[in-house]
Ligand binder design. Sequence first.
Ligand SMILES: Cc1ncc(C[n+]2csc(CCOP(=O)(O)OP(=O)(O)O)c2C)c(N)n1
Ligand SMILES: [Mg+2]
Length: 601
Amino acid sequence: MGNPINMSQTVSDFVVERLASWGIKRIFGYPGDGINGVMGALNRAKGKIDFIQTRHEEMAAFMACAHAKFTGEVGVCMATSGPGAIHLLNGLYDAKMDHQPVVAIVGQQARMSMGGDYQQEVDLLSLFKDVAHEYVHMCTEPSQARHLIDRAIRIARTNRTVTCVILPNDIQELDFSEPPHMHGTVHTGMSYTKPEIMPSLADLQLAADILNTGKKVAMLIGAGAAGAEDEIIEVAEMLGAGVAKALLGKAVLADDLPFVTGSIGLLGTKPSYDLMMDCDTLLMVGTSFPYSEFLPKEGAAKAVQIDIDGRMLGLRYPTDVNLQGDSRRTLKALIPLLVRKEDRTWREKIESEITRWWKVLEARAMKSANPINPQRFFWELSPLLPDNCILTSDSGSTANWFARDLRVRKGMKASLSGNLATMTPGVPYAIAAKFAFPDRIPIAMVGDGAMQMMGMNELITISKYYRRWSDPRMLIIVLNNQDLNQVTWEQRVMSGDPKYEASQDLPGLNYAAYAQLLGLEGIRIEKEDEIGPALQTALNARRPVVLDLLSDPNVPPLPPHITLKQAKDFSSSILKGDVNAWDMIKQTYKEVVENFLPHHS
Ligand SMILES: Cc1ncc(C[n+]2csc(CCOP(=O)(O)OP(=O)(O)O)c2C)c(N)n1
Ligand SMILES: [Mg+2]
């Protein structure tokens, strides 16, 4: 393995060539003199690797993360020394916390200036020591470059994590040489193959015994269950189970399956909550859903967990059997050991609750609001979602509607910042999805706070690149509520505080007009009856479209099961004089009534 020795090849040329040989097709990044050597090499290697220029390094890291999420490949981002490297961090943490393989390549000052309080000199090894703790190294000698790149990629893949290679700018310009055949050198190669990880048959039998004994089985699946849809359906059928989905597993199973209870947690559904509270047996597959209050009470259920990463087993619930293995293969091996449950009472109860719940959601969506009930928009969007679309959501109230109201179908993809739950990945995730799948339609759902934070800037990136995409369609939906709404509601419901206008109010903006200014299509939706036509226009446009939805901040993103404390805190926020008290009471009352006065069909 390796390259023929070529004296004119710089370290940068080598790095680019090696990345290309590893199958890297695209790098998201931003230049600066700390990384100019590599930029020069990318320029010389045109056609091998595409450099995508973002507006901000954090966006490049989000794009690398989304590339990994949507393709299963390694995502690569690049930044200059000092400020550029610092800007990457939030996006890299997003990748690390959602277990995505991302390699960051960053510049550094020249070796001879380091330790000299030099301009833009930041201790990058220390800075990245947490986010890239599995592998962060600085190249201080040209022949190191080969093993640094090989290991950064291989470790990112095997550990499903973030790694980082720091390249001082003088090293970038030096001639590359392969490590000589002598003591003290390292000789790496490029292959990586994903192993088939399987638990032992004895442990599978222990798991099957638990699942066969249970009378009321609940399943919870997450992003790690992707690729195991057929097996999950078969297991759920045999066990007469209901299946709840953690946020990152939203697109793993279609919502039109009658036993899928939808999302779980604060952004989840009532059938998911009830499923967990009433079950006697739990099977978790590829998930580290964090909120234990939405899982069965400790001891209330016997539990089995499947995860490819042994570190994530027995973490959220004291599971009785932990199976370390690939979801699909493990479930496939488990199926022959399962006995079909002939008593379908539990299953029928779950299915009827799900049917009822969708009616509750429809009724909530149809409640009038001022000016537009956001749930109405998501309700109308669901059946119009194009086949194979790729959904991205930002953090904020949008994530509630994305999680709860959207009905995903087979073949779609969906993601958001799950464990970091940071604002602003909505737009960059959609951009990365479009580069990876130019013939599919990404749909980003983003709050106005997240748009103002950085989403608007990435619209400039979209306007720069959209002509390259075979199908230029892409939707950016802005929930324009002039409020940091999710947090406003958290202040009310969790802390019993009224809305603090100084921290919560957002300046109003016309996002549709801004999109038009950039040469994109912009549509403002001011009334509910404009939703359908606007979506039709957007889905048939020849350009990316920003849908500027004037959304009512007083529609409560209610947790599926309101606790007494939350209800008390909410009333106390009203007593303390919330500025929107009256509108909120009206709207919350409408929602609660829908939930507790069921529609019996
Ligand atoms: C980087 C970052 N800063 C702050 C937060 C806390 N936070 C979570 S949601 C949210 C409000 C988002 O507002 P907006 O984007 O307007 O969406 P809305 O909730 O109004 O729909 C805030 C401030 C966060 N998650 N990430
Ligand atoms: Mg908002």
